[in-house]
Write a protein of this length. Structure first.
Length: 162
């Protein structure tokens, strides 16, 4: 059973399973929990990545989407930075393969031409092979985004939304 939390994300990964990631409660979480409705049981995903750099940092207010056999995680806020009296903000875009349970060993938030914006409490949806992102708050600058960003999940690059 997951600990009490808010700001987490849940999604349906097949007809009888739900995946839960992140959130904030007694701490900020980056755990992955699976609920199997047919077994009426929670279990923890064990990441198979050898390098923990590729596992997303604990976060809340992020988005989590399904794309084929992958989970796509974007943005959110993390732990407090005591010296700044603020929370870490994320712009990272991470992809986990649901077959291997490994996070793909890259952060797709930068592609050389475009850097994803730090966002929390934004919305994202997968449309075909595109991740469409709208709104959210840049908590570093206390700025609400009015824009739309598009990430091509197949070619791993950012596109301009007109």
């Amino acid at each position: 059973m997951p600990a009490a939390r808010k700001g987490f994300r849940m999604l349906n990964i097949d007809r009888s399973k739900i995946l839960l990631m992140g959130g904030i409660g007694a701490t900020v979480y980056n755990d992955l929990k699976e609920y199997d409705y047919s077994l009426k049981k929670w279990s923890s995903f064990s990441n198979l990545n050898q390098d923990v750099f590729f596992i997303p940092e604990p976060r809340f207010g992020h988005t989590l989407n399904i794309w084929g056999n992958n989970v796509v995680c974007l943005g959110g806020n993390g732990d407090k930075i005591p010296k700044l009296k603020a929370r870490k903000s994320f712009s990272d875009l991470r992809i986990m393969d649901l077959q291997t349970l490994e996070w793909i060993q890259a952060d797709f938030s930068k592609d050389g031409k475009h850097d994803a914006m730090k966002r929390v409490n934004h919305a994202a949806a997968v449309l075909g092979d595109m991740l469409i992102i709208h709104g959210g708050l840049n908590s570093d600058e206390n700025y609400l985004y009015p824009n739309v960003e598009i990430f091509d999940l197949t070619n791993k690059k950012w596109l301009t939304a007109d």
